[in-house]
Design a protein around this ligand. Structure first.
Ligand SMILES: Cc1cc2nc3c(=O)[nH]c(=O)nc-3n(C[C@H](O)[C@H](O)[C@H](O)COP(=O)(O)OP(=O)(O)OC[C@H]3O[C@@H](n4cnc5c(N)ncnc54)[C@H](O)[C@@H]3O)c2cc1C
Length: 402
């Protein structure tokens, strides 16, 4: 049995665990980062690559996304390895008058909040996206939407933190968590022990597996997203692309796409059943990512032919030329979803020194730098630059039973 001691033990090496580890290591903390599987085994290794501002409703998450984007600008040079950060801008395609009026209202609310985004007509859209389908009537455009390679980002955070003394342990998980007079003791499934002043649960959709060890339930559930990867091709246009339907489905309260018995509601179309929305980004290497679905199917990470056929039909509907392009693989990831769409960022009630940073659903890559910053502030007793009330881990009630 080995005993490890550190200032902070972080559970979960996704993009958020890695970002927090990096920020705390920079501040001189001795950090141990533990993953049940391996770096990127969760959503951060099975997702798209967007730092998308214009999908967000005015409010604190949009403000945090603004700040996160600024932080990415700094990280691009500060981190020791390339993260393929790029600002190409983004367009949200509008198919009909109904979506146009929803998007006009949405864009106006974002403009009032200071986000530079506009509605452009078909003529300007075709300048940005020459191969877009002929019946697309308009789109939004924001020059600020950016992208980053999530795997490279995690590796760069890890490398930077390791240089400051971080210890990373893969393929293990705590089976018991004990409160000490000062700090916490983790008993790992290998028999090893970790003692830490502070714990941070950054286990994404699996966060409840950890909080339940201190008898606290956190309402985070997995929301599956399926994605297609194409062969590498020359760029189709200048921007990354979404459909207004994707935004409209995010604005509407999410309905479960399956009943508890696993049956779909009879009135749902296949697209509704899979929570289909269009997200289309070109990676640094020329492979395109075609996404995605939003499904409540537990921890099942399989992709299925029906969803892939829908994604394929959708990309051809918006970009007919895509019928000629080969697909090379598909994957699915599990977004950590919360009932109110806000992550849990803060101390677990009744467990002083035990923090959680999980539940970022579809924004965890974009928000990872700001998550690292505010969590490092909370852990070190500094006041974060944003008010944290909306993210309180106890907002749905309950406290740790220690
Ligand atoms: C299809 C899809 C597309 C997406 N596109 C985007 C996008 O374009 N932009 C964006 O910002 N976000 C996007 N997201 C959302 C984003 O991927 C997530 O919000 C983000 O990756 C969550 O990161 P995380 O570090 O909180 O959790 P995760 O990446 O899920 O990491 C959690 C880690 O905890 C580990 N773990 C689990 N249980 C334990 C345990 N008991 N002990 C220790 N470790 C444990 C897991 O192995 C995993 O490595 C997308 C998600 C999906 C699925």
């Amino acid at each position: 049995m080995t005993e490890h001691r550190c200032d902070v033990a972080i559970l979960g090496a996704g993009v958020n665990g890695c970002s927090i580890a990096y920020e705390l290591s920079k501040r001189g903390k001795k950090v141990i980062l533990i993953d049940k599987v391996v770096l990127g085994a969760g959503a951060s290794g099975s997702c798209d690559d967007m730092i998308l501002l214009q999908s967000k409703k005015p409010g604190i998450l949009l403000e945090m996304a603004f700040k996160s984007l600024d932080l990415f600008e700094g990280l691009k040079t500060e981190l020791l390895s390339d993260i393929e950060f790029e600002t190409r801008g983004g367009t949200i395609l509008i198919e009909d008058e109904e979506h146009l009026s929803i998007m006009e209202e949405f864009v106006a609310s974002q403009n009032r909040y200071g986000l530079e985004v506009e509605i452009i007509d078909r003529k300007r859209l075709v300048e940005l996206q020459p191969l877009v389908a002929e019946d697309i009537i308009a789109s939004t455009y924001s020059a600020r939407d950016s992208q980053v390679n999530p795997m490279l980002l995690m590796k760069a955070f890890l490398l930077g933190a390791k240089q400051k003394g971080l210890r990373y342990i893969s393929r293990t998980t705590p089976v018991a968590i004990e409160q000490l007079a000062s700090g916490w003791k983790l008993l790992l499934d290998t028999g090893d022990v970790v003692e830490a002043e502070v714990l941070v649960n950054a286990a994404g959709a699996w966060a409840n597996d950890i909080t339940k060890l201190v008898d606290f339930q956190v309402p985070i559930t997995p929301r599956k997203g399926q994605v297609i990867v194409t062969e590498a091709i020359p760029p189709l246009g200048e921007t990354n692309v979404w459909s207004a339907q994707y935004i409209v489905s995010k604005l509407k309260p999410q309905e479960a796409v399956k009943t508890s018995a696993g049956e779909s509601a009879p009135t749902q179309t296949p697209a509704e059943r899979f929570g289909l929305g269009f997200a289309f980004t070109g990676t640094h290497n020329g492979n395109y990512l075609i996404g995605s679905t939003r499904e409540n199917r537990g921890f099942d990470k399989s992709t299925d032919p029906e969803a892939i056929a829908l994604l394929s039909a959708q990309v051809e509907r918006f970009f007919p030329v895509m019928s000629k392009i080969n697909f090379i693989r598909t994957f699915a990831g599990l977004r950590p979803s919360t009932p109110d769409g806000m992550p849990f960022l803060g101390e677990i009630p009744g467990a002083p020194g035990f923090f959680i940073a999980a539940g970022h659903e579809g924004d965890g890559i974009a928000l990872s730098p700001i998550t690292g910053l505010v969590m490092a502030d909370l852990v070190t007793g500094k006041k974060p630059i944003f008010p944290m009330e909306a993210f309180e881990p106890g907002r749905f009630g309950g406290k740790a039973g220690l």
